[in-house]
Design a binder for this molecule. Structure first.
Ligand code: DHB
Ligand code: FE
Length: 452
C-alpha cells in the first residue's frame, strides 16, 4: 500500500512528508547552511563552487540557481528551509510566497491587503478557484524540462518495466538479546575462546546457524542510544533512523571495527508515516551514529562479516532519562509497527529485534544486581503471556532487575509486532539462552518464529 496521502488533491499545495523530505534532504541541508554568515559570504562569492560542496542533484542545483521556489519544492525543498536562501537574497516571506503564485509582487501584496486568497474553489483539484491553474515556472525550469523530457520518458519506461513483484512485507521472526559493550570488545579483540567468554558465545552458536538459514531482507532493530548520538540537548522517546547509512559510533574507546549499517530509507519512511498516523509520535532521524546497543546484537547474530548481510532500520527508545515509555506503550507500539510493516507493498522479509537487559545495575552501591529468577520468569512470560507482562510497572523492573534492567521494556516492542498479538498463531521458540555474567549483566536471548 502506498502511504496514505489525503492531501494530494489540494490544489497548488505540496505537503512536506517523509517522501519529500527524503528527496530534498541535501537541498534543505544546503539551505540550513546559509544560517551562518561565513557560508552566505562564500555562496554569494561563487554559487557554483559552494553548490559543488553539496551532494544535491543537478536539477536541485539548477533550481537553486534559478531561485525558482516552485521548482525547489518539486525537488523536495521545504519552505522553512528554502526561506534561508530567500533571506540570503534579502527577500521577505511575502516576496517568497508571492513569487510562487504567478502574480507580481504588487498584485500579491494587494490580494493580501484585500483579505487574502479565498478557499472557495481552492479546496480540491478541479474546482474553479484562482489557485487551480498550471504552476508558475521560471524560464530556466521550462528549459530544463524540455532538455530532460527524453530522459524523463526513458526513466518512466524503465520504472514500469522494472516494476516490483506483487506482495506485502511480512514479519518472519523476532530476536531478543542483551547488548553489553564488553561482548563487542571480546569479539573485536579475539577473546571469544577465553574461559570467561566461551560459554556465552557458545549460547549464540545455534543463533548464528539459524540466522544463516533465516536471513531477512531488513531488520527493524529496537535499541537504546546510550548518551552517544542523543545527549541531553534533545531526548526523543522514540526515534526512527531513516538514513541510507549509519556509521558505528566512537563511544570513547574508538569506533568498533564493524561494517557500516545500511538502512532502508523507503521502508523506514513508510513505517514512520504509518506509525505516526496511528498516533505514535516518532522522532525522525536522518543523521545518526549507532552505538553498542545496535552493533553488539548484530555481531552476536552474524559474527564478523565484511558487510552486514541485510539492511537495518535503527529504532531508538529513551530508557536513560525518566519518564521512559511504559511496557504497555511499548507493546502497543509494536502492534502499530506490525501494521506498518505489513502494509508495505514489497514482498520482503522483516525481522524485529528487541535488545538490552536483562537484569543489571551499572550505578551506585547496588551495582552488580542480578536476578536470575525474575529474568527467567520474564522470558517465560514474554513467550506465553506478553500482554500481561506488558502491564508490569517500571518500578518492578528497577527493584527486581536493577536500574538498567529497564532496557527490557524494549523487548515488548518486538513482541508486540508478532502475529499472535494480532489474532494469529502463537510463535515457535527457535532458541532460548540465559547466562550470567557478561560484565555487569545477565545475558538473555530468545528467537521467536512467526507461524504464518
Ligand atoms: C553494560 C551493559 C549494558 O547494557 C550497557 O548498555 C552498558 C554496559 C555492562 O554490563 O557493562
Ligand atoms: Fe544497554
Amino acid at each position: 500500500m502506498a502511504l496514505e496521502k489525503p492531501y494530494l488533491d489540494v490544489p497548488g499545495t505540496t505537503i512536506f512528508d517523509a517522501d519529500q523530505s527524503r528527496k530534498g534532504y541535501w537541498l534543505n541541508q544546503f539551505c540550513m547552511s546559509l544560517m551562518k554568515a561565513e557560508n552566505r559570504t562564500r555562496f554569494k562569492a561563487d554559487e557554483d563552487a559552494y553548490l559543488a560542496e553539496w551532494p544535491m542533484t543537478d536539477e536541485q542545483k539548477a533550481a537553486v540557481k534559478a531561485r525558482d521556489l516552485n521548482w525547489m519544492m518539486r525537488t523536495g525543498g521545504n519552505i522553512y528551509f528554502l526561506s534561508k536562501l530567500g533571506a540570503t537574497d534579502g527577500l521577505s516571506f511575502q516576496q517568497m510566497a508571492g513569487s510562487m503564485t504567478g502574480m507580481t509582487e504588487q498584485q500579491y501584496r494587494e490580494m493580501m491587503l484585500k483579505g487574502g486568497r479565498s478557499p472557495e474553489g481552492n479546496r480540491y483539484i478541479g474546482e474553479n478557484g484562482d489557485a487551480q491553474g498550471p504552476m508558475a515556472m521560471s524560464e530556466a525550469w521550462k528549459e530544463w524540462q524540455e532538455a530532460h523530457a527524453q530522459h524523463a520518458l526513458a526513466e518512466a519506461i524503465e520504472q514500469a518495466e522494472g516494476a516490483q513483484p506483487e506482495g506485502r512485507a511480512t514479519i518472519t521472526a523476532s530476536v531478543y538479546t542483551s547488548h553489553v559493550p564488553a561482548i563487542g570488545a571480546a569479539i573485536d579483540h579475539g577473546k571469544t575462546e577465553e574461559a570467561y567468554w566461551k560459554p556465552l558465545f557458545a549460547g549464540y552458536e545455534p543463533s548464528k546457524a539459524w540466522m544463516k538459514e533465516n536471513t531477512p531482507d531488513v531488520i527493524f532493530l529496537v535499541y537504546n542510544d546510550h548518551a552517544t548520538s542523543f545527549d541531553l540537548g534533545v531526548i526523543p522517546t522514540f526515534a526512527i533512523g531513516t538514513a541510507a547509512e549509519f556509521e558505528p559510533a566512537d563511544e570513547g574507546y574508538g569506533a568498533r571495527p564493524v561494517p557500516k549499517v545500511q538502512g532502508d530509507p523507503e521502508l523506514a519512511s513508510h513505517i514512520a508515516q504509518s506509525v505516526i498516523q496511528q498516533d505514535f509520535d516518532l522522532t525522525i532521524v536522518n543523521d545518526l551514529k549507532v552505538d553498542h546497543g545496535l552493533t553488539v546484537p548484530l555481531s552476536l547474530m552474524f559474527g564478523q562479516p565484511e558487510q552486514w548481510p541485510c539492511k537495518v532500520i535503527p529504532f531508538h527508545v529513551n530508557v536513560v532519562q525518566y519518564p521512559v515509555p511504559s511496557g504497555q506503550r511499548c507493546f502497543a507500539l509494536g502492534q502499530a509497527i506490525r501494521k506498518a510493516i505489513e502494509s508495505y507493498d514489497k514482498p520482503i522479509k522483516v525481522q524485529i529485534w528487541g535488545t538490552g537487559g536483562m537484569s543489571h545495575q551499572l550505578q551506585g552501591p547496588r551495582a552488580g544486581l542480578i536476578n536470575k529468577e525474575w529474568d527467567n520468569r520474564f522470558l517465560d512470560r514474554l513467550v506465553a503471556e506478553p500482554a500481561e507482562l506488558a502491564k508490569v510497572p517500571h518500578i518492578e523492573y528497577v527493584r527486581e532487575a536493577g536500574s538498567e534492567g529497564i532496557e527490557l521494556v524494549m523487548w515488548l516492542i518486538a513482541r508486540g509486532a508478532m502475529a499472535d498479538v494480532a489474532g494469529g498463531k502463537a510463535p515457535s521458540v527457535a532458541h532460548r539462552f540465559f547466562h550470567v555474567p557478561a560484565s555487569n549483566t545477565a545475558v538473555g536471548h530468545l528467537i521467536l518464529e512467526n507461524n504464518l
